[in-house]
Design a protein. Sequence first.
Length: 168
Amino acid sequence: MPQDDLLKQCHREMNGRKVTGVDKVTKDAYETKLEENLSNLVTRLKRKNYRPQPSLRVYTPQANGKMRPLGIAAYEDKLVQDALSRILSVVFEGRLHDSMHGFRPNRNCHTALRALNTLVEKGRTNYVVDADIKGGLPRRSKILWRYIQLDSNGHGVNGKIKCTKNGH
């Protein structure tokens, strides 16, 4: 459970220019009563009666003319998300396979592409699959799981993704 000092650090490091959520609270506004706000937040977290506010839904235009939906969290929700992300990172970072790049410290799409490039240039690569699962994982997951067989820890069999008979 996030404590006052962790939440205070998250507040200090939060980008003050981020868009506000439904609460319209900025970093500067939250800071005017920082100790009181954080104390109240920690109390709600410990009592298990903290409730995140609804996200503010905004749409941004894409190059193809479509609109992409984004959810903007309230300031306090951003603090809690950041604190929990840091806690989970400490707990799970050592357990993740080195080839996993998503949402990890010092890793991003660029490091993933560099690793993929190395594999393609130096290894035996029969094919590369690029999949964009647009908000429909629950709907499409039955199809995906037919093609990908994972072990009980969620890793590929013997550290590799193994295709089933249907997936070739």
